[in-house]
Design a binder for this molecule. Structure first.
Ligand SMILES: *Cc1c(COP(=O)(O)O)cnc(C)c1O
Length: 426
């Protein structure tokens, strides 16, 4: 594995982050821009010295913090003065109590939508990029980069602009117009690659090993251990917004699977810190049928995730070879959850269902989680009498193409009352 040789700050200050540790063999390494274990090539993640002490005091300190993910800075690999740095400060998005949707789906135990469309670039990716930017700064990178299914490219472009870094991001060339424009508008370089996301990702791995990539921080490759931690903030916020309580069931979308695994990590940390009561929760993974390698493995009872070639309108989730697939399977099985998929028609129906019942316009990934929630309730797998949180990770305005063919004006009329009467809407 090529290890980046950028200026390494010997006095790295990334808050409570203590080391990198291998998720497979447990070997520990000093903090740096590396993502795979030298001993066994397993993925690395951050190990912490988390704050001890009175949970009530920690809860109070968090509640007095900024209305962004930085209220949890003491649990993240970021410098203590992170809130003073040029960063997009994402997070603390709304948790919508979805009573209308609950009635429609027959949920009686309380149904909530965690709506991450409210982030600065309108997807959950701002959370992970915010952490990666701080790591890039700490390691002295001058260019911020990524391989993206769309949302990440926009989040990196915006965060780099704000942080005063150069950006050069890579996407499959055939993404939705909304995603392409959002990735380009912040002024960095955007490169479309003729291939799938998995091709883009392979290309980026090559770039890292080449002298061209020197000084480049790829948020989801060589900065991945830091980046991934951003997803924990979803778990923290959901519990805080429920009144420092664990939900019973969570429905989470899967692209690479990173978000789902880190939500689990975040929940376990809250329990370990005594911030929430220790009781069981179930995590359900959601995929689109046109790219459902993890759901397939779950249903077949396999531990190995067999790569697929994606073909779905849920392009933000279209990763055919998900890096965290096996860990997702483990979490779903261990927690008593499941991994399920829905087809493109069901995704569109679910987007419209959520919009119609709660006034929340989700991108296709939100259609996937709402659709899977409905399917799992109908199948008797999700318990409607328990508190359930469904994630909406992106904004419907970015994937208008998905709903446009079946959504439009009820009528087009001349500007007079007769014409309106004739339309049958009066
Ligand atoms: C990236 C993304 C996800 C989840 O990604 P993971 O790779 O599984 O962490 C979910 N929803 C949207 C809208 C995304 O862009």
């Amino acid at each position: 594995m090529a290890v980046q040789t950028v200026a390494t700050d010997t006095d790295l200050s990334l808050g409570p982050a203590a080391a990198l540790s291998c998720r497979e063999c447990g070997e520990r390494f000093p903090l740096g821009p590396v993502f795979a274990c030298e001993a066994c090539f397993g993925p690395l993640e951050i190990a912490y010295d988390l704050p001890g002490g009175d949970p009530e005091e920690l809860r109070k300190r968090i509640e007095a913090g900024p209305d962004s993910i930085w209220r949890y800075a003491s649990l993240l690999p970021v410098p203590a003065d992170v809130a003073d740095k040029p960063n997009l400060n994402p997070g603390f998005t709304r948790l919508v109590r979805a009573d209308n949707l609950a009635r429609e789906l027959g949920v009686t135990g309380g149904l909530y939508v965690k709506d991450d469309s409210g982030n600065p670039t309108h997807s959950f990716k701002d959370r992970v990029v915010a952490i990666a930017v701080e790591a890039a700064r700490a390691f002295g990178f001058t260019t911020l980069s990524c391989s993206s299914t769309g949302n990440l490219a926009g989040a990196v472009g915006a965060a780099a602009a704000r942080a005063g870094l150069r950006s050069c991001v890579f996407i499959p060339h055939d993404l939705e117009q909304g995603k392409v424009v959002m990735a380009a508008v912040y002024g960095g370089d955007l490169v479309g690659i003729e291939g799938t996301y998995d091709d883009v990702n392979r290309f980026c791995s090559e770039l890292i090993g080449d002298p061209i990539g020197e000084g480049w921080g790829f948020v989801n490759v060589n900065l991945r251990p830091y980046y991934a931690e951003g997803s924990k903030t979803l778990a923290y916020e959901i519990c805080e917004q429920l009144g420092w309580r664990l939900p019973d069931q969570l429905v989470v979308p899967i692209a690479s699977g990173s978000q789902l695994t880190k939500i689990d990590k975040g929940l376990r940390e809250l329990i370990a810190l005594g911030l929430v009561e220790d009781r069981p929760y179930k995590i359900f993974g959601a995929q689109a049928e046109g790219c459902s390698p993890v759901a397939r493995a779950f249903k077949d009872g396999h531990d190995v995730v067999r790569p697929v070639k994606p073909d779905t309108i849920a392009k933000s989730l279209a990763i055919g070879n998900p890096a965290d697939g096996p860990y997702v399977l483990d979490i779903a099985r261990r927690s008593g959850g499941a991994v399920e998929d829905v087809n493109d028609g069901e995704i569109v129906d679910a987007i419209k269902l959520l919009a119609r019942t709660e006034g929340v316009f989700a991108e296709t990934a939100g259609g996937v989680t709402v659709g899977v929630t409905r399917k799992l309730i109908e199948a008797g797998v999700l318990d409607p009498t328990l508190t359930t949180v469904v994630l909406n990770t992106g904004d419907g305005l970015k994937t208008l193409d998905a709903v446009a063919p079946t959504t439009g004006p009820s009528a087009i009329i001349r500007p007079n009352l007769d014409s309106f009467r004739e339309a049958g809407l009066a």
